[in-house]
Design a protein around this ligand. Structure first.
Ligand code: NAP
Length: 282
């Protein structure tokens, strides 16, 4: 193990974000408002259930409200839209998170787009995505925003750097590519049809792994001194990066767990507090 590699501790970054929220939540309480995140879980996928539970618990620990909507796997698109419309109309709900993925028969895009933009705290609507692309979103997707928050917290420069993002999903790979581009990085976005992936990753100053495959990124792919961000989260708390193998070449690296994950949750809480403040123009 290289002694010089900086471990990018997600718990430290998340702690700083959550601490900054405490006074804001207290100020909202003076106005009779408790920031409230509504989560919607469709079906019984155990990982999704865990993620939703973690988000709800994180809200409670900070004195925020959480509403959990749990719907059976047989839920139709129309039924899901109806639930979302109810939450849109509820003034006590400030943020709405529809846990991805929903069962295949549901039109996920229609469901995401049904979320009111002022409550789209995970940047999943088409409008929220577009605002993020232009660089003026109130609520960019939480995991991409968490990745940038980690880089910023540790003063790791993005400007002029070659960032290689592996993955192009609408909630992670694409938005983080756009955010890095807006931060003046030169960005290459890779995907399952990319030719010569390893060679491209070897050119990266910043590698973002968002693949969904355990230990996918190999140590030999990492240029000496590169920053490695592992957004992956696979069964058994395993990231998309072979951490031990990448450690010697990396100048900085996120672990899994305790890397991007806790910052994603802290960012979700922050966006919900932002939304509650905006509701009363605070
Ligand atoms: P996803 O929707 O399945 O997308 C995976 C992406 O990886 C796709 O763009 C896919 O390419 C690409 N890919 C798959 N195999 C590849 C290969 N052999 N070479 C290059 N690219 C390949 O997954 P996601 O929702 O973006 O999630 C990615 C990872 O992040 C997962 O491990 C997930 O658990 C994790 N995640 C973590 C958080 C967090 O809070 N830490 C939040 C969300 C997701 P194609 O587009 O060509 O199919």
């Amino acid at each position: 193990m290289s002694t010089e590699t900086l471990i990018l501790d997600g718990n430290t970054v998340a702690g700083a974000i959550k601490q900054s929220l405490e006074t804001r939540i207290a100020r909202l309480a003076e106005h009779g408002i408790t920031p409230c995140l509504a989560t919607i879980l469709v079906g019984d996928d155990p990982s999704s259930a865990t993620y939703v539970r973690m988000k709800g618990n994180a809200c409670k620990r900070l004195g925020m409200q959480s509403v959990r909507i749990e719907l059976p796997a047989s839920t139709t698109t129309d039924q899901l839209l109806e639930e979302i419309h109810k939450l849109n109309a509820d003034p006590l709900v400030h943020g709405i998170l529809l846990q991805h993925p929903v069962p295949h028969h549901i039109d996920e895009r229609a469901a995401f787009d049904a979320i009111a933009i002022e409550k789209d705290v995970d940047g999943v609507t088409t409008l929220g995505f577009a605002q993020n692309a232009f660089g003026f979103a109130n609520y960019p997707s939480c995991t991409p925003a968490a990745i940038l928050a980690i880089l910023q917290h540790y003063n790791l420069p993005m400007e002029g750097k070659h960032a290689v993002v592996i993955g192009r999903s609408p909630i992670l790979g694409k938005p983080v590519s756009l955010m890095l581009l807006n931060a003046n990085a030169t960005v290459t976005t890779c995907h399952s049809k990319t030719a010569n992936l390893e060679e491209i990753v070897r050119q990266a100053d910043i590698v973002v792994a968002a693949v969904g495959k355990p230990k996918f990124v190999q140590g030999s792919w990492i240029k000496a001194g590169a920053v490695v961000i592992d957004a992956g989260y696979n069964k058994g708390n395993i990231g998309d990066v072979d951490y031990e193998a990448c450690l010697p070449n990396a100048s900085a690296i996120t672990p899994v767990p305790a890397g991007v994950g806790p910052v994603t949750i802290a960012t979700l809480l922050k966006h919900t507090v932002d939304a509650a403040e905006r509701q009363i123009n605070l």
